[in-house]
Write a protein that binds this ligand. Sequence first.
Ligand SMILES: Nc1ncnc2c1ncn2[C@@H]1O[C@H](COP(=O)(O)OP(=O)(O)OP(=O)(O)O)[C@@H](O)[C@H]1O
Ligand SMILES: [Mg+2]
Length: 459
Amino acid sequence: MEGLFNEKQFAAAMIVDKNGIITSVSETYLDVLKLSREEVIGKPVKEITPHTRVHTVLETGKAIIGYNWRVRDRNMIASSIPVFIDNEIYGVFAYSVFMDIMGAKELIENLLTELNMYKDEVQSLHTAKYNFEDIIGESRTFQDLKCFAKQIANHSYTTVLITGESGTGKELFANAIHNFSSRSRSPFLRINCAAIPENLLEAELFGYEEGAYSGAKKGGKPGKFELANGGTIFLDEIGEMSLAMQSKLLVVLQEQEIERLGGSYPVRVDVRVIAATNRNLERMIKAGEFREDLYYRLNVVHLEMISLRERCEDIPVLTRYFMCRLNIRLKTSIRDISRESLELLYEHPWPGNVRELENVLERAMILADMENMQCLHKRHFAFLDKNVGFKVPSNTKNLKIATQDFEKGLIIQVLRETGFDRTKAANKLDIDLSSLYRKLKKYDISGGKEESTGKNSVE
Ligand SMILES: Nc1ncnc2c1ncn2[C@@H]1O[C@H](COP(=O)(O)OP(=O)(O)OP(=O)(O)O)[C@@H](O)[C@H]1O
Ligand SMILES: [Mg+2]
C-alpha cells in the first residue's frame, strides 16, 4: 500500500485504519503538511489534521464527497471514502485535490494577463486614430457635413457610403464616425479592397477553417468580419472590389452572417460597415462594373466629401493647422505665411485636395527652413507654378507637335481638376473612357495615387 503514494502526485491522499490511525500517506500530502513520513505514519489522524471528517465516515460508514477544507495554508476539495473488507469497515481512503491548484492558478493568472495584453494590442491595432476634432474646416458646407456625420455615428447599425475625390478625408471621417459611436470601444478594422489580391480577399474578410485550402494555417483563421465583431469594418476603395466578391459581400450584408471558407456553419456577426471610394459607383453600375443591389445596400446613408476647391475659404485654417503639426514633425519653427503665398494657395486647383495641401506645405516649409526663414514666401511655392495649368510651348511652330502638346496639357489639366477620376475626366473632355486610356498611354501620362511615380505624373 505504501508504494501507492510514493510518487509525487497532483493530489494528496492518505489511508486511515478503522481506529483513525494513519497507515499510508502520499508525498504531496506530506508536502502540504510540511511533515516527514515518520512524523505522520502511525499517528491518529485527528492529531495531524484536527478538522478531518474521517471519524464521521468511520462512524457512519458513508462516504463524504467533495467538501472544502483547509490544511495548513492550502484550500482543498476533499473526499473521504470508507473501505470495507468482508462487509466490515477496514478504514477510510481520504483524497484531497488542491482547490487553488497553486500552479494552475498562477498559470491561469499569467494567461489572463497575457490575454489582456494581447487584447490591448489587438485593440490598439484595430482602433480608429482620428476623431471629429482632428477634422479641420470651418466653412458652412464643411461644418454641415461634420454635423451630419455625427448624427450618422449615433445610428450605430447604419451602413455608410463615403464618396469623394482623393485626399478629401474619407478615411478620417470613417475613423471619426466609429470613435463617435457606441461601438468606439470595439475594434475598427480597415480593409483596403484595392490592395489585397482578389484570391485572398475572401479569406481576409471571412476567414477560413483548417485545411480549407493548401497553405491554410493550422487551426484556421478568423476573418476581419469576425475580428471586428461589435465594432466597425471599413471597406476602403470598395470600387476596386471584383464583381464576384461584391456578390459575397452582399450576402453577408443581407444575412448578417459570415461563413468561413471551408466552414460548415454560419457565424452571426454584429458589425457596422462603412465603405468608401473615389470612383463614381453610379457610372460603374451603368458600365456593369458594380452591382446595383450592393450599391443600394451600402448607400443607406451617403456622405459626400467636399473638394478643397469647393471650400477654399478653409485654406487658411488648414494651413495653420498643418504648419503647427509639421513644425513638430520637421523640428522647424516656421510661424507665418505671407499674404501672396496664401493667394497662390487660393488659386491652385488642388486635385489632390487636403492631402496635397499638406504635402505642398511640407515642401515649402523645408525650403524656407533651408533659408533659415520663419515665414513662408511666394518663392517657397515656386514648384506649384510648374504644375498649374498648361501653357502652349512657344518653341515650336510645328502644328502637329503643338497640337499634341496642347492635347496632352489639356488632359493633364482635366485629370487634375477631376481628382484623377478618369471617368469624370473622359466626360469633361467629351471622349470615351477607352479613348482617354489610349491617349494616356500615348502621352505616357500617369496620375492618381496608384501611378504617381510615372515620368509624366500629374500629381
Ligand atoms: N479635414 C481635414 N482635416 C485635417 N486633415 C485632413 C482633412 N482632410 C484630409 N486631411 C489630411 O489628408 C490626408 C488624407 O485624408 P484621407 O486619407 O482621409 O483621404 P481619402 O479621402 O481617404 O483619400 P483617398 O481617396 O486618396 O484614399 C489625411 O491623412 C490628413 O492628413
Ligand atoms: Mg482613403
